[in-house]
Write a protein that binds this ligand. Structure first.
Ligand code: ZN
Length: 106
């Protein structure tokens, strides 16, 4: 007889790393702005967008009911600019680094 040892998969290690790369919903993220500073980014659901804001990315209004982000500067984990919050369209914030002074494709 003789028992066969099926080949084992390398380390079935699932405990660590499961959460890596997962962005928790409803929590703030910290992202870097085009000026190199860190900014806290909070996602606002459409249902909570109850005022009109002006987006600094495109200089257009963010209408009521439109999901968007609120961004303010942080430094070493401290909120520095709670009074300096800016409401951005989500795509405008995402594309902030891609905006170049020369608008070649408009
Ligand atoms: Zn915008």
């Amino acid at each position: 007889m003789g028992r066969r040892h099926p080949p084992r998969r390398a380390a079935g290690d699932r405990a660590a790393g499961d959460r890596a790369g997962v962005q928790p919903l409803g929590r703030d993220q910290v992202e870097q702005g085009t000026d190199g500073l860190d900014y806290r980014v909070r996602r606002i659901a459409g249902a909570r967008a109850i005022k009109i804001y002006r987006c600094p990315g495109c200089d257009h209004e963010i209408a009521i009911g439109v999901a968007h982000v609120v961004v303010w500067p942080v430094s070493e984990g401290q909120d520095r600019g709670v009074e300096d919050r800016r409401h951005w369209h989500t795509p405008c914030w995402s594309n902030r680094a891609n905006r170049s002074p020369t608008r070649r494709w408009s």
